[in-house]
Design a protein around this ligand. Structure first.
Ligand code: RFL
Ligand code: PHB
Length: 389
């Protein structure tokens, strides 16, 4: 089999890239290790930037998003007692949209057949070959038989654990990493959210986030040491802890219910440079990870593939090699700014084991400053709604 671009991974990055390329008449095939249902079962991101929703609108895959997505005009930071509202819409003129990654993925999957986007699920032993040449190929096993797809380019959209990044020789790359000493324990429940906007709280006992998927489905998180397990947190213990950390105002409005999903995700900042090697491009979590505190991971995957589809379209439609050559630098400039924002919000809102009373006072002073400064609120708001492409 031969195509123009083989995309590895059918997460948000791979699916969006596939649709963007098909919309421009570029041939591509997506090869995914997991089954479609498994991909849909992962509960992850919940907040979409305008850049991401604009892409879905451009593709015309936004009908359900417009109907079911919740337009958020602001969010809150909490210091254990009060809520500090960041009026993102008033400060930037932009909303973010609450619409789960699961729903984005489902919409992109369902639109694929009608747009000539082929997705091969349950592909085992996916391997990349000849990425230094102009004729790379991908091999895999499907239903017991060996298969091979030849292409001009490979797009590695296979997340943090996929094979694409590892195909790049270490001598040609540089990695930057910060691993955090805690994880986020998340709970999804069919209860009304405690507040109509998200609340990120820094309480003396630790971090908490009140988020949602809809007006009847809530998503909450607390930070926990990496030694803890989900079994250590029966629902009632988790609801009690959330009520304390989110502060008195939110606590009175928390509705409790059984967990539909509960899991612990480790936090990491990670950047791999460059995002292109020969005929291989990396996009999304394959190239970088942010801690979830700024809600940037999925949105960065979307901006990466917006840049990449532009570069690849230029190459195939106009023979333009500059876009391809400039992709990595362009994408990384935006990635590093999102890394900075996610890292600084993580530092502001979490307690680190090495922190003492001084660091706690610094966090409280910074929150107090944010509460009183329109300039500080604007800086947070413009990063939260997403920097321009
Ligand atoms: P994904 O979603 O990991 O998809 C990669 C796909 O590649 C497949 N794959 C392979 N395919 C073929 N062969 C192989 N050998 C393969 N190995 C892997 C995988 O099966 C998978 O289908 O990466 P992608 O597309 O780059 O998307 C990135 C986002 O998923 C991620 O950044 C976000 O979920 C991060 N994130 C959030 N991002 C936001 O923008 N806003 C949020 O509110 C937000 N909240 C979150 C988050 C991530 C979280 N966790 C669990 C890490 C909250 C949490 C708790
Ligand atoms: C979520 O709803 O899962 C969510 C929201 C905001 C974040 C991270 C996760 O910053």
């Amino acid at each position: 089999m031969k195509t123009q671009v083989v995309i590895i991974g059918a997460g948000p990055a791979g699916l969006l890239l596939g649709h963007l390329l098909r919309a421009e008449g570029v041939d591509c095939v997506i090869v995914e290790r997991a089954a479609a249902d498994y991909v849909l079962g992962r509960i992850r991101a919940g907040v979409l930037e305008r850049t991401t929703t604009d892409l879905l609108e451009r593709l015309g895959i936004d009908e359900r998003l417009r109907r079911e997505g919740l337009l958020e005009e602001g969010f809150c930071l909490a210091d254990g007692e009060r809520l500090i509202r960041i009026d993102t819409y008033g400060l930037t003129g932009k909303h973010v949209t609450v619409y789960g990654q699961t729903e984005v993925t489902r919409d992109l999957m369902e639109a694929a057949p009608g747009r000539g986007l082929e997705i091969i699920y349950e592909a085992a032993d996916v391997a990349l070959h000849a990425i230094d040449s102009e004729a790379p190929y991908v091999s895999f096993t499907k239903d017991g038989s060996e298969r091979r797809i030849d292409a001009r380019f490979i797009a590695g959209c296979d997340g943090y654990h996929g094979p694409s990044r590892r195909a790049i020789p270490a001598s040609a790359a540089r990695e930057y990493e910060r691993v955090y000493p805690f994880g986020w324990l998340g709970i999804l429940a069919d209860v009304a959210p405690c507040h109509d906007e998200l609340i990120y709280a820094n309480h003396a006992r630790g971090f908490a986030l009140a988020s949602m998927r809809s007006r009847v489905r809530s998503r909450y998180y607390i930070d926990v040491p990496l030694t803890e397990r989900v079994e250590d947190w029966p629902d009632e213990r988790l609801w009690d802890e959330l009520a304390i950390r989110l502060g008195p105002e939110a606590a009175t409005r928390i509705s409790r219910g059984p967990a539909i999903e509960k899991s612990i995700a480790p936090l990491r900042s990670y950047v791999f440079e460059p995002m292109r090697h020969g005929s291989l491009f990396l996009a999304g979590d394959a190239a970088h990870i942010v801690p979830p505190t700024g809600a940037k991971g999925l949105n960065l995957a979307a901006s990466d593939v917006a840049y990449l589809s532009e570069a690849l379209t230029g190459y195939f439609r106009r023979g333009d090699r500059d876009g391809v050559a400039g992709f990595s630098a362009k994408a990384l400039a935006r990635v590093w700014k999102a890394e900075r924002f996610s890292w600084s919000l993580t530092k502001l809102m979490h307690r680190f084991p090495e922190d003492g009373p001084f660091e706690r006072q610094m966090q409280m002073a910074e929150l107090d400053y944010i509460a009183s400064s329109r300039a500080a609120q604007t800086a947070i708001a413009e990063n939260y709604v997403g920097l321009p492409l």
